[in-house]
Design a protein around this ligand. Structure first.
Ligand SMILES: *[C@@H]1O[C@H](CO)[C@@H](O)[C@H](O)[C@H]1NC(C)=O
Ligand SMILES: *[C@@H]1O[C@H](CO)[C@@H](O)[C@H](O)[C@H]1NC(C)=O
Ligand SMILES: *[C@@H]1O[C@H](CO)[C@@H](O)[C@H](O)[C@H]1NC(C)=O
Ligand SMILES: *[C@@H]1O[C@H](CO)[C@@H](O)[C@H](O)[C@H]1NC(C)=O
Length: 434
């Protein structure tokens, strides 16, 4: 297995990292710094847990993080940068940021554990056109989110991104699992992590239609989903007043279809059996309504809040059957010009884009304290057919030879993998001034 684990941001380990270059150049503060380091080393000697080398650094890192906080000034994100347009450039080892087994990701996304032999998919970084995208920095994220509750609401791509964020953060800072659904079948569906040093919470709410749904979304054996376009999901709806920053991400299930309700009335359906005579709604309108209901609920109150609308991240089956062992076996990103964003991905991306623009306009007109942002990951994702678990969603899939039929995951991304870049962009968006 070629992939060894490397910490994301080695300078995080050292107080002399480049973020603090200005700090060390000042002799007076340098003396203070020496003092802090001595104290931190003392702290380390007293509190260092036995075991691996990496956790041993954590107390030092966390101590320094806290004591440094008042002197550090990091510039905000680039207001005028469009992170959604750019290209993947080779950068060996760039995406080897954490060991997914240690941050409890869904087994089927832990490609390295599952024995994926090629590691070239970890050698790429996203280069937006015209501006740099800084590498994810856990400290910067946690400082920017100090005291806040960050929630991901949506489908399994929202979960993929939420798990990536927890991994990126817990590779550098102590984390604690606050809760996780007991039921083994659904244990990845609702959970929360806390990052005590910065008092940050990260939650994930399984709501593949964003709004309230019953049926298939709760039990795979049921054929249809019933979706209540006017009602927040039960779990996140109950917590909505505690959430400061929300990332909404859902398109796939709307594309598949459901029976849609408003109050006690069925308004129509998409992909329902024709003999039921429902009005055909398509997927665009329900998708808009779902985002709209969520944004409204998550922006109520006077507290400043942020709602981020994430765009569609498509699968790469590309016409091949999903139970073919070769459904997605590309080992490199698409080259510039090799792959266009297909029309359905573009349409879904545009719907969310337009809904974000409309929500922003409503927020400004209503003088709401809520900030609306767009996390446009469609192109970022489209160019990475190589980043999916493929057959390595199963552990050691070829242990007993190559089977004729084996399900491939060509939708979610390996962790670590391209989805970490979604969080890299999210961090820059959250750091922008309003
Ligand atoms: C990841 O962590 C697990 C559990 O601690 C360990 O068994 C495994 O060897 C690690 N993998 C890598 C690639 O370091
Ligand atoms: C910010 O983004 C703009 C537009 O892409 C670019 O021209 C500028 O150089 C960027 N500034 C920095 C500091 O990266
Ligand atoms: C639901 O019905 C109410 C009342 O008629 C209406 O104002 C609202 O726009 C409808 N919402 C949806 C999503 O159809
Ligand atoms: C659907 O419409 C057809 C023709 O009008 C009717 O015969 C049938 O009973 C309807 N089905 C339902 C479930 O309402």
């Amino acid at each position: 297995m070629g992939a060894s684990y490397q910490p994301l941001d080695p300078q995080d380990l050292k107080p002399s990292g480049k973020n603090h270059a200005h700090f060390l150049s000042n002799p007076v503060i340098s003396w203070l710094c020496c003092g802090f380091i001595s104290l931190a080393l003392l702290h380390l000697l007293i509190f260092a847990p036995s075991g691996t080398q990496w956790p041993a650094f954590s107390p030092l890192l966390q101590y320094i993080d806290d004591t440094y906080n008042f002197v550090s000034s990091e510039p905000g994100g680039n207001e005028s940068c469009d992170y959604s347009v750019g290209k993947w450039v080779r950068s060996p080892g760039y995406a080897r940021r954490y060991n997914a087994t240690e941050c409890n990701v869904k087994e089927s996304h832990d490609c390295i554990r599952n024995g994926r032999p090629d590691t070239g998919y970890l050698d790429w970084r996203w280069q937006p056109t015209g501006c740099p995208l800084p590498a994810f920095n856990a400290r910067t994220f946690l400082r920017a989110m100090r005291g806040k509750h960050v929630a991901f609401i949506g489908d399994s791509m929202a979960r993929n991104q939420a798990q990536s964020l927890v991994c990126l953060l817990s590779a550098a800072f102590r984390s604690r699992l606050v809760y996780r659904d007991e039921d083994a079948q659904h244990s990845y569906n609702n959970w929360r992590y806390a990052f005590p040093l910065h008092d940050v919470k990260v939650s994930y709410y399984w709501n593949p239609f964003i709004v309230k749904s019953t049926g298939k979304s709760e039990d795979e054996n049921i054929q249809e989903s019933h979706v209540h376009l006017d009602t927040p999901g039960d779990r996140w709806g109950a917590d909505a007043d505690t959430i400061d920053v929300t990332v909404l991400s859902a398109s796939h299930w709307l594309l598949n279809g459901a029976i849609y309700h408003n109050g006690s009335e069925v308004v129509g359906a998409h992909n329902a059996p024709p003999e039921l005579n429902y009005t055909g709604l398509g997927y665009a309108w329900p998708l808009k309504m779902a985002y709209r209901t969520a944004v409204e609920r998550l922006s109520s109150g006077v507290r400043p809040r942020t709602v981020v609308l994430a765009t569609f991240s498509p699968a790469h089956f590309e016409g091949r059957p999903s139970d073919s062992p070769t459904a997605c076996t590309k080992m490199e990103p698409y080259k510039e010009g090799e792959k266009e964003v297909d029309w359905i991905s573009k349409e879904l991306r545009d719907i969310v884009y337009e809904e974000a623009v409309a929500a922003k306009a409503r927020s400004v007109a209503g003088e709401s304290a809520t900030r609306i942002e767009l996390l446009d990951v469609t192109k970022v994702a489209v160019m990475r057919p190589d980043g999916h678990p493929s057959v390595y969603m199963h552990r050691d899939p070829f242990e007993h030879g190559v089977p004729e039929r084996m399900y491939s995951d060509c939708l979610h991304f390996c962790l670590p993998g391209p989805v970490d870049t979604f969080n890299e962009i999210l961090l820059q968006i959250l750091r922008k001034r309003r």
